[in-house]
Design a protein around this ligand. Sequence first.
Ligand code: IPD
Length: 270
Amino acid sequence: MTDTTPDPAQLLAIAVTVAREAADTARSMRAEGVSGVTTKSTATDVVTAADRAVERQVVAALAALRPGDTVLGEEYGGSGAPEGSVRWVLDPIDGTVNYLYGLPQYAVSLAAEVDGVAVAAVVRNAATGDEWTATRGGGARRNGRPLRASAQTDLSQALVATGFGYDAKRRAHQAEVLTRLITRVRDIRRFGAAALDLCLTAEGAVDAYFEKGLNAWDHAAGGLVATEAGLVVGGLDGRPAGPDMVVAAPPALFGPLTDLLAEFDAAGGP
Ligand code: IPD
């Protein structure tokens, strides 16, 4: 990053404005009835008219507010970003299956990255209006209040959230990992929106979270919230968080949890 790097606080202000409008759209479209439902990678990987409309709205809003930036979105993709420029990473509705069923656990997830590093982030639960924000080095907040993550030090007492991919073979492998892990922790939770899982971990509602197969838009914003709440966010065997694995855990749990996940080959399989 250079001296011309935009101020993370200014980027966050823009992110929050845009995400609130986007969440309003998602919620009001849900109230009118879910429409335009099609599938993507598998028959269970749904996308709705709202996912697409929200993404188009955010892209247009960011183009108006910050014309030089690029956007990577779940539904329409995006291009690479020139060095030192801002790339916005967007999941218009994370938790689309929850959205489809009316479960109040779906969110707009928006992060501003510079050279691949998230510097500002917002995750807004569109159903409840709860909002998690963070800037790099500036801490994490829920509805404006600083967050405190779990201080759990004993993995056997940890409540661990996770999620599953949409591909049946991948799920089979994830289920095998889970059958081994569940006897080594307090319990497992699966809420259905990775961005919110990371935020729930950031506020200590669960002790830790892991998932294989996430895309950048699933974890860019929530990952910064979790990091800024004091969690360690990374992959297995010293790798950064990425498609192979995203783990968010308190410092004392990160090593034991990633060791177990590596032993169970959680980043392997399809
Ligand atoms: C999904 C959710 C889910 C996670 C999947 C993601 P989407 O995102 O975050 O919790 O387990 O891996 O793909 O499809 O609802 O945007």
